[in-house]
Every structure is written in C-alpha cells, then in structure tokens.
Design a protein around this ligand. Structure first.
Ligand SMILES: [Zn+2]
Length: 168
C-alpha cells in the first residue's frame, strides 16, 4: 500500500529547526520577508515560512502572529485571517510549483506529533504524482539549503505581490 500522508515525518523534520533561539513562528525584526529566516510573508495577523527541513519541495509553514497553542485560542478575525492565508498560500504554491495535490494540516499538542507544540501552525505540503519522498530523492540533507533558496526566490514575488495588494 502506498502511504502518501505521513504527518509525523513532517514534524520530525521540522523539529530540527528548533535550535534557533526564540520561537520559530515569531521571526525577529518587523520586515515582511527575510531570506535568512526563510520568512516569505508577514502581516499583522499571519506569518508564512518555508520549512527549513521540507518533506517535499515547497513545504511551507503558516502560523498566526499571536503565540497560541490551538486555533480555539484565536478570535474570529484571527481565525479568518489564518484560513484566508492558507487559501492564498495554497494558490501561490499551485501557480508557482504546479503540484498535483496538497497535504494541509496541523498537529495540535505533543501527543498529536507537534514539533513545536506551543505555537499553532499549519503545514502546506505540495504533492506530485511521482514524488517519492523529496528528502530520499535528494539523499543528503546538506544539499537542501541551495534548493531551499531557489524555491524561496520563486515563491517570494507572489507573496510580496499579495502583501502589496493587501496594503493598498
Ligand atoms: Zn510563538
């Protein structure tokens, strides 16, 4: 049987980024993007990061700016902003990377497999018909960063465009 959904692995790889000081979902500074942090987008309510240890190419992480551990701790406007951003980010990934499908989800609580359990976040993982695990295909983790920045450079312009439209 071919298993396409493996959220525990998504969290496993993401967990390796935890060594960075402070909360991953509260990137330092105030600028709307930062390649060093793989920050693609920030507005007053939401943050979008490229996962430093992706499950597939284009694996992004989306979080509320507010440090809460569950979606039920957000007010209605914050929930609406988060879900709206999930949709916008999915559309950007579709247009830029042309995947055949997506895994979109959130692990809430350590018991559910959350790598960073105290700040709510969603994974958006693009999937291709023939995508044997991206990490396996590339083999070595050390070959990832260059690929990551290439993906970052492709994804940044549409996120900047989105921010410009929203600031209008
Ligand atoms: Zn946080």
């Amino acid at each position: 049987m071919k298993t396409l959904m493996a959220p525990w692995r998504m969290e496993h790889v993401e967990g390796r980024a935890e060594k960075v000081s402070g909360c991953l979902f509260e990137p330092e500074g105030t600028e709307p993007f930062n390649p060093d942090l793989l920050l693609l987008y920030r507005d007053p309510k939401t943050v979008v990061l490229l996962n430093r240890f992706p499950y597939t190419n284009g694996h992004i992480l989306l979080a509320p700016v507010k440090h809460v551990d569950c979606i039920t701790s957000l007010n209605q406007a914050e929930q609406t902003a988060l879900i709206g951003m999930l949709s916008e980010a999915t559309q950007i990934l579709r247009e830029i990377l042309h995947p055949d499908g997506f895994n979109i989800g959130s692990n809430i609580g350590k018991v559910a497999g959350a790598g960073i359990a105290d700040h709510l976040h969603f994974h958006i993982v693009p999937r291709w018909e023939d995508d044997h695990n991206f990490m396996t295909v590339l083999g070595e983790v050390r070959s990832i960063p260059e690929h990551l920045l290439t993906t970052y450079d492709k994804l940044l312009p549409p996120f900047q465009q989105l921010l410009a439209i929203r600031n209008r």
